[in-house]
Ligand binder design. Sequence first.
Ligand SMILES: C[S@@+](CC[C@H](N)C(=O)[O-])C[C@H]1O[C@@H](n2cnc3c(N)ncnc32)[C@H](O)[C@@H]1O
Length: 363
Amino acid sequence: MSIRGRRLKKRARRSELNEDWSEAAKQYRGALTADPGDATSWYRLGRVLAKQKAWASSAFALQSAIALRGGSASSYFHLGWSLQRAGAVEEARRAYQKSESQHSIRPTVKGEPGRLLSYQERLDLAVMPKASYAYVLFRGASLAKRLGIPRITAVELGVAGGNGLLAMERHAATTEKMTGIGIDVFGFDTGKGLVAPKDARDLPYRFAEGTFAMDVEALTSRLKRAELVLGDAVETFREFMTTDPAPLGAVSFDMDLYAPTQGVLQSMNDHADEARFLPRVPVYFDDVVGNREQDYNVYTGELLAIEEFNQENPNTKLVEDRHFKTLPLNFDWHHSTYTMHRFGHPQYDTYIRKARPDSLALR
Ligand SMILES: C[S@@+](CC[C@H](N)C(=O)[O-])C[C@H]1O[C@@H](n2cnc3c(N)ncnc32)[C@H](O)[C@@H]1O
């Protein structure tokens, strides 16, 4: 490093300590004119520009630092932060993902040590595998907490090899730690893969008998807490609901076909025992958003089952989760996430906000 560069860097550091961000940026720029390959100056410049909310320039400086010396969890985190605020949300997400994969250094979230992003931010940015499962679990457990319900049931309907169920187990453990709500996890599957589609409603152009079979022994040996329920879920789920489980608080439908989806939804209809549910149950449907070849539509598959469910049940409705409309990002699972509103539930109307009479008072 040149003598001039070192001198300017020292000045920049002093300005930083005095919180004179524009002077610090000027000195770092000078230092970089003298020593353009100095990664530390690029990094500090990136941080200083972020203080001035010059997000795009900050992201550029941080990217330069990472290009020169590689990125740590913290540098990727700050890059993500600047990119997100510069409006480059997809790039921000990639930076956050890199930050997450570097084993983080600073605990920020109670119950989930060692993370730079909050759990809610990681969820919204989908910086985790199977974020859709984490989302329904976290939402269900958070609502249970507000309502004073200590334990919920989470189910995956359609397990196949078990990758989804294993992810659900992992997310359930994190959600339990963060919310203090106990979660029982169950996976329902025939164990033998898909049954033969009956008619066009089961999308035979897409789903074939016997696909997605399970190695029951291999999966059972990997499961830590989830229980497998084997057989036709239309029967086994109905039976399960009579065994006094904790209220259903998170559901993933992934049985592909219309018939079993419709059959299981019937066990959740207006006549079901409300004590077996949260008043609003987050429900993920895996086969409602897809590519042109999949051609999902409301006259077949899961979407038809949802349509019929809503037509048949005046007091229980499945509707898209509108929270996602508030986010700058758009993932397909956002549009696959529904809420089952159980208007007849005794706790449906329970007030869960913290607003007081003087909230929103005239200022
Ligand atoms: C696409 S796979 C599930 C993939 C899994 N959710 C994952 O994330 O890895 C669909 C599964 O639904 C199951 N399935 C279909 N109809 C069923 C029924 N009537 N009862 C139980 N399971 C069923 C099949 O056995 C198959 O394993």
